[in-house]
Design a protein around this ligand. Structure first.
Ligand code: GRF
Length: 199
């Protein structure tokens, strides 16, 4: 079974989608730790409700943030790191340490509406301002370019007349993020299991 770490900074609805999929048996892995860079976020409550160990590693004013994070992930023997609404940019060095083991979910069809500073409601506002008729979500590997790693899965979502950033965000989450993120994690776990079996 793969040991999964989920890194969060906020509400944790994508974390919830993963917890639900693990509990439903559709992900062949276990969430061994939920890490937040902020105290008091609702994602931590979600983890606690399901008895998943959580850890807060504050980023602000913390020069050894990545060192502490690396140590924590190594201590937990983590095989897969899922960035689920994690708002910190990770260094080249960190990404190299966990090469091909970090995935991220982004609420647009990359390469549109992504990159540094494009997160949360800003993504949906940019999509509406541009006037696209279709947006969606992307799950991708994390490399040293923000939102620039290899794409694993995408799902399109229609933009509707009268959408606001909030309504669009909600629809993209429900129809795309919560669907493709658990599916990608399940696929990675199954693939790894098969590789281990085949030796
Ligand atoms: C999601 O839209 C995710 O794609 C983005 O940040 C948001 C986090 O939402 N990276 P939540 O914390 O999972 O509810």
């Amino acid at each position: 079974m793969l040991n999964i770490a989920v890194l969060v900074s906020g509400g944790g609805s994508n974390l919830q989608a993963l917890i639900d999929a693990v509990e439903a048996g559709s992900i062949n892995g276990r969430i061994v730790t939920v890490v937040s860079n902020k105290e008091g976020v609702y994602a931590l409550e979600r983890a606690k409700k399901h008895n998943i160990p959580c850890k807060v590693i504050p980023k602000k004013g913390n020069d050894s943030f990545e060192e502490q994070l690396t140590l924590h992930l190594m201590e937990n023997d983590v095989d897969l790191i899922v960035l689920a609404g994690f708002l910190c940019i990770l260094s080249e060095n960190f990404v190299k340490t966990f090469e091909n083991k970090i995935i991220n979910v982004h609420p647009s069809l990359i390469p549109s509406f992504c990159g540094e500073g494009c997160y949360g409601l800003k993504v949906h506002k940019a999509a509406l301002d541009y006037g696209v008729k279709v947006t969606g979500a992307t799950v991708h590997y994390v490399n040293n370019i923000v939102d620039g790693g290899k794409i694993i899965a995408q799902k399109a979502v229609d933009v509707l007349e009268g959408d606001t950033p909030e309504t669009l965000q909600k629809r993209v989450m429900e129809e795309a993020e919560w669907v493709i993120l658990p599916k990608v994690v399940a696929d990675i776990c199954n693939k790894r299991r098969k590789e281990e079996k085949d030796g």
